[in-house]
Design a protein. Structure first.
Length: 454
């Protein structure tokens, strides 16, 4: 069963996949770079540089003499326990100061010389020996506004880790991902369109393939390598179809050749019989078989020499067919007439084949017209020829099926169901169309419309 689901777009699927891949690779590269640089001590330290300062903010007070003091809060106790080289220096604007621990020499005078600095971080340059980091910050405390210079250390709060990762993501990963996503969004469709430009020619050639022009193949030039197996498989399938079609045509041609001789012998013997209704019916049947065999031969000949079509006149074709089949129509109980609203209706085609198609339509009218009334061959501008009878007509739901091979309106019809199919094939080879409409007389009107010769 054929899948009728909506086809997906290759370019948008590629855009989605590439953007996801880029974001994943970018995040992986950033994490890898940060990990390597942190491992070697060149980028960041996961020391809790603000933990000591935050602990001091709630612990700094004034003593009885107005100086600075640090109360022994649980946070200060925890920092002392967790940080082996715990140290700090606290100063205020009045010159009071308090310190604890061994202050590294490089930081002993920083607070006094950077009194106007609101906050700062201190560390080392790349390529220098790793040294202890420090943090300088002005704080509002119970003792007033003070400057705190402290070393880093202590347990890192998990919230800080997520804040740091979020900062890296929002400040680096996300903007780059959005930028690459936009580039991918606009560039990928152009790349896909350019890469698949050769498929447009393949589709155009595929649209031209039909049963009347065999031997066509889809071009491989410009087709992407990934699509080449599909195009090759389609070409191989077309080759197999061509071979099967040719075998079918050869069979019909051989059968038509083999039937011509026995049909001619049978017709000669019937013509020697005394005239009677049964003889007339037998002659009609033999004439239909003879026409069928000739049509098969003409169809084969026309398939081979379709390029040799020449200008022909539908008026002349109608007159010749009317003259040839008039005796048969009269013998079957009909009157046959020819009408033309123009003196000439030129088309490009094969006259013998078009005469066969028109003869077949008249034969069909003789067989299904109820053996009474009139049959009319009519030619109209610019290039339309039709056959109208006064029979029961063709039901609307059967008007397409009657042109199928071996289809008959009634199981008891004496025909084999190939006549109208051959008419359609001949008309198709002439790039025309055949249709059935209701006649003004109540019967059927088979109309052949062909491209007019320019």
């Amino acid at each position: 069963m054929m899948d009728l689901s909506k086809p997906h777009s290759l370019k948008w699927k590629l855009v989605k996949s590439i953007v996801i891949l880029q974001a994943a690779l970018l995040a992986l590269v950033v994490i890898l770079i940060i990990t390597i640089m942190w491992w070697n001590g060149y980028l960041i330290s996961l020391d809790a540089e603000d933990e000591t300062i935050e602990a001091l903010q709630s612990a700094i007070v004034r003593d009885a003499g107005g100086g600075l003091a640090v109360t022994d809060t649980p946070s200060i106790q925890r920092q002392r326990a967790e940080v082996p080289d715990f140290w700090f220096v606290v100063r205020d604007a009045e010159g009071h100061a308090i310190s604890e621990g061994a202050v590294p020499p490089e930081y002993q005078k920083i607070g006094a010389t950077h009194f106007d600095v609101g906050q700062a971080r201190f560390g080392w340059n790349l390529g220098q020996p790793v040294r202890q980091t420090a943090r300088l910050k002005w704080l509002d405390t119970a003792a007033g506004r003070v400057q705190v210079l402290a070393g880093s250390g202590g347990a890192v709060h998990i919230g800080r880790v997520f804040i740091a990762l979020g900062t890296i993501f929002l400040g680096f990963v996300l903007p780059l991902t959005v930028l690459m996503g936009l580039v991918t969004f606009f560039v990928t469709p152009l790349v896909v369109r350019k890469a698949h430009s050769g498929l447009g020619e393949v589709a155009a050639q595929a649209e031209k393939i039909n049963i009347d022009e065999r031997g066509a193949r889809l071009p491989l030039a410009g087709v992407p390598m990934e699509v080449t197996p599909l195009v090759t498989a389609v070409n191989n399938a077309l080759g197999r179809l061509d071979e099967g079609y040719e075998r079918h045509k050869r069979f019909l041609l051989d059968a038509a050749h083999e039937l011509r001789t026995p049909i001619a012998i049978l017709q000669t013997r019937l013509e020697t019989l005394p005239a009677s209704p049964d003889t007339v019916r037998l002659l009609e049947d033999v004439a239909r078989l003879s026409i069928l065999a000739e049509q098969l031969l003409d169809l084969q000949r026309m398939n081979r020499y379709a390029s040799d079509f020449v200008p022909v006149d539908l008026v002349t074709i109608g007159q010749r067919v009317a003259a040839d089949i008039a005796p048969l129509a009269i013998a079957a109980g009909y009157s046959l007439s020819f009408e033309a609203v123009t003196d000439q209706a030129m088309v490009i085609g094969d006259q013998a084949s078009l005469e066969r198609a028109l003869s077949n339509l008249v034969q069909n009218a003789i067989q299904h017209g109820g053996r009474k009334g009139s049959i009319t061959i009519n030619v109209e501008k610019p290039a339309t020829i039709s056959v109208t009878d006064e029979g029961p007509g063709v039901p609307l739901e059967q008007r397409e099926r009657v042109f199928e091979p071996f289809h008959r309106l009634q199981a008891r019809d004496r025909g084999v169901g190939l006549g109208l199919n051959l008419v359609r094939e001949i008309v198709r080879l002439h790039r025309g169309q055949v249709m059935i409409v209701d006649a003004a007389t109540g019967g059927a009107c088979f109309s052949i419309k062909l491209p007019a010769a320019s």
